[in-house]
Design a protein around this ligand. Structure first.
Ligand SMILES: Nc1ncnc2c1ncn2[C@@H]1O[C@H](COP(=O)(O)OP(=O)(O)OP(=O)(O)O)[C@@H](O)[C@H]1O
Ligand SMILES: [Mg+2]
Length: 268
């Protein structure tokens, strides 16, 4: 099924459907009552304070964490099902922390993205070289393709991990804080790459970031998550800070002095 027709308007295929999701970790409710539909070609940004459950949400979507309640469907299938094999690209929060002492070049890392259990020992090329070339080119890493990943800058390393996800030809890409620890130029080129993937390659992107300005400049749709979804809408109607505080139930404390507890929770 390529698309749904609702009220005469043709909608793109839904890639991700989440219904009434609750995840408990170590006895604590981390996220609850989450409903979300993401359609093909959308670039969705997820923001929220530290510890608000963003990573937990992505792990539940991937099926790494089992929800206590609710359902996740990706291309109408439960997470981890065989049908989803190679269709999902995952760039974790720790991606940029690849061990520096591994001797592996950018090209080798990206090539790993093309391997799976069925072709691991098949030494013929089978179009893999082309996929690797294309992914390296899209991520703008041609100049460093034969460099060890340990010698790359943070931004280059982050792009190498994204290139590996691209080489799998996944069409749904989830990224957790891909902008952390990279400078402004690297950040801009990464955002441009993601934008291009979305617009030119029809990929669907779900990206978590603390960098509100950066995510606002690229995502079409924004989600503010703090235990549950408190805002979900087009980026241009994302609330300003004061309205955000209302959404979070934070009282304006200027009259009574400073809100230390809140500062601590933000941590940044
Ligand atoms: N393995 C775990 N067991 C129990 N609780 C956990 C575990 N990992 C995280 N938590 C708790 O779940 C809550 C949400 O964590 P999560 O990592 O999803 O937040 P986050 O929004 O991604 O934060 P950050 O912005 O710091 O990455 C936090 O209170 C955290 O302490
Ligand atoms: Mg996180």
């Amino acid at each position: 099924m390529a698309s749904d027709i609702v009220g005469g308007i043709q909608l793109e295929e839904s890639i991700l459907e989440v219904f009434d999701l609750t995840v408990i970790r170590s006895g604590n409710v981390i996220i609850k009552d989450i409903d979300l539909t993401v359609r093909k070609g959308e670039f969705v940004g997820i923001v929220g304070p530290n510890g608000s459950g963003k990573t937990t949400f992505l792990l539940a979507i991937l099926g790494i964490l089992k929800p206590q309640r609710g359902t996740v469907l990706i291309y109408k299938s439960p997470p981890m099902s065989r049908r989803l094999h190679k269709r999902i690209g995952w760039v974790s929060q720790a991606a940029a922390n690849l061990p520096r002492d591994i001797r592996i070049t950018v090209r080798e890392l990206v090539r790993l993205g093309t391997l799976n259990s069925s072709n691991m020992f098949d030494w013929s090329d089978n179009g893999r070289r082309e996929k690797v070339d294309k992914a390296i080119k899209m991520a703008g890493l041609q100049d460093v393709e034969n460099t060890d990943i340990g010698r790359l800058s943070g931004g280059q390393r982050q792009r190498a991990v994204i290139a590996r996800a691209l080489a799998t030809e996944a069409d749904f890409i989830l990224l957790d804080e891909p902008l952390v620890g990279i400078d402004r130029d690297a950040r801009n080129s990464l955002l441009k790459l993601l934008d291009k993937l979305c617009h030119e390659e029809g990929k669907t992107i779900l990206m978590v970031s603390h960098d509100l300005a950066a995510i606002r400049q690229t995502a079409h749709r924004m989600i503010f998550l703090e235990e549950t979804i408190r805002f979900d809408g087009p980026t241009e109607s994302f609330p300003d800070l004061e309205k955000l505080a209302d959404l979070r139930g934070i009282e304006h404390v200027h009259a009574e002095g400073h809100d230390h507890q809140h500062d601590q929770k933000e941590g940044k």
